[in-house]
Design a protein around this ligand. Sequence first.
Ligand code: ATP
Ligand code: MG
Length: 394
Amino acid sequence: MKIKTFIIKYAEIGTKGKNRYVFEDVLCKRLRSRLKPLGSFNVRRDYGRIYVEADSDYDYDEAVQRMSHTFGITGICPVHEVEDPTPEKIDEAAAEYFEEEYDSYNFTFKVHVRRRNKSFPVHTMDMEARLGGVLLDRFEDRGLSVNVHDPDVMVEVEIRGNAYIYSKIIPGPGGLPVGTNGRAISLLSGGIDSPVATWMIAKRGVEMQAVYFNSPPYTSERALEKVQDLGRIVSHYAGPIKLHVVNFTELQLAIYDNCPHDELTIIMKRFMFKIAERIAKEEDAGCIVTGESIGQVSSQTLFSLGVIDNAVECPVYRPCIGLDKQEIVDISEKIGTYETSIRPYEDCCTIFVAKHPVTKPTLEQITESEKKLEGIVEPILEKAMETRTYTWLR
Ligand code: ATP
Ligand code: MG
């Protein structure tokens, strides 16, 4: 029997008390939209469980892959479903399930029954003993044995309206369903860190939009494509991501022409933040997210980060802040952005970067330098806002 039903496990949503159903509903919605391209699926919740039922042919591996990338899920259990269950039907289905799911039986097992349907004629512990006996009878001569204390395989049987048999749990990414915690604007560059940062905040249920500062002709179309590819990979977890592309060249040239070169990176970042904050306001997003990590480069010293933060009023979140580069690389490999992030490209900041950037800037010093931009920068900022474009990455 081909698997047609999955039980979806989730951890943190279960602690949400009265709001729990809100989180469950959002998770159902996410699952529906992720699975829709693959066929017809019925996604429903029922007393603390989410069920995914395929009503048509579908690609099993692709469906499992999509579910295992959906935030909020801790485990995906492919189940063998028994309609109008009787003890005899469950006996037979459990044996059939074992026959199909395993090739060798050199392992120990235990049966765990949950009997939600109290009118089911056999009690929980009797049903466990009975099913254990059935499986042992059938598979003992092929190596199967019982271990009630520390089994290799836990055979779960849930008896509700129908009965569900499963023993395998495919891990999900954890977190909370996207759309349960507001919206954020992520500064997405083509590097390793910002896609990881975007993924980490999305994991906590935040709907992500992204902004990329493009500097043609100093940066190429390929650099933009790389950012789009990265955003698309993150969207497989985070849901569709609206990517705003802001033309940053004119602003960078104005800063380059008017401000001390050792402060360029800091001042540019401050303007990136100001633009991101304006976009955030328009898009009803509450905060800015970046891939910065303390001390990684000169513009990321505690002093620099503080001065950059001061450019905006909205909160700035930097989920990579305490991670070493290797730890960020490990996450990027896990989520599948690494290979794309290391594609060679030009970064708008590396082109305009000074040989010896300041590492201990003060706010007074930087705001003093920015005075040289008075009267020049505001129309450029407005133009950058007006001429920005966006695409949906999915
Ligand atoms: P990343 O690996 O994310 O590119 P990085 O180590 O290269 O980061 P910086 O270049 O200092 O560090 O950038 C720090 C953060 O600023 C990035 O993580 C990103 O959030 C943001 N950022 C930098 N350049 C851009 C850009 N061109 N467009 C959008 N955001 C950017
Ligand atoms: Mg970068």
